[in-house]
Design a protein around this ligand. Structure first.
Ligand code: FES
Length: 160
């Protein structure tokens, strides 16, 4: 798991980054590959790490940052061990999705897009996740949970 890692390029980890860059340096589309590999090692891609990559590849930092912010699978913040996504598609929204969002913000003490202080959960919203018939739905990691209520959610979360 990367979630609990300290998301910064500390000294011990520079060597890993150098290896990654050396490995991909001469390949086509190398920036994305390097960023992928670096995120795998460091858990996320904070600015100091982007700076090192830009310097080593001899490209502007703005180019690295542009790619990181363009692709949603790159993250500059450490992520939680699990990702909770509440569906805010129309069906879920009208059948209680909004209540679930408010409930989670209060229970987990976290804002949208944020990660809990204990590093367990990152909290996001999603568009329709294909379970409209049994709305409201949420996802935790890759699993969809349907007909959710705040009470059911409490029980579910206690299992993680
Ligand atoms: S709107 Fe939520 S699953 Fe479709």
């Amino acid at each position: 798991m990367h979630s609990q890692q300290n998301c910064s390029a500390d000294d011990n980890k520079y060597s890993a980054l150098n290896n990654i860059i050396d490995l991909y340096k001469h390949k086509e589309g190398n920036l994305i590959q390097i960023l992928h590999a670096a995120q795998k090692v460091y858990g996320c891609l904070p600015l100091d790490l982007q700076q090192i990559i830009a310097k080593k590849l001899d490209i502007p930092l703005s180019k690295v940052s542009g790619v990181v912010s363009f692709y949603s699978f790159f993250s500059t913040q450490p992520r939680g061990q699990h990702t909770i996504r509440v569906c805010m598609g129309t069906a879920c929204y009208v059948r209680g999705g909004k209540k679930l969002v408010e409930h989670l913000m209060k229970t987990l003490d976290v804002d949208l897009g944020g990660t809990t202080a204990d590093g367990r959960f990152t909290f996001e919203v999603a568009r329709c996740i294909g379970a409209c018939g049994l709305a409201p739905a949420i996802m935790i990691d890759d699993v969809v949970y349907k007909q959710m209520t705040p009470a059911k959610l409490n029980t579910l979360l206690s299992k993680f």
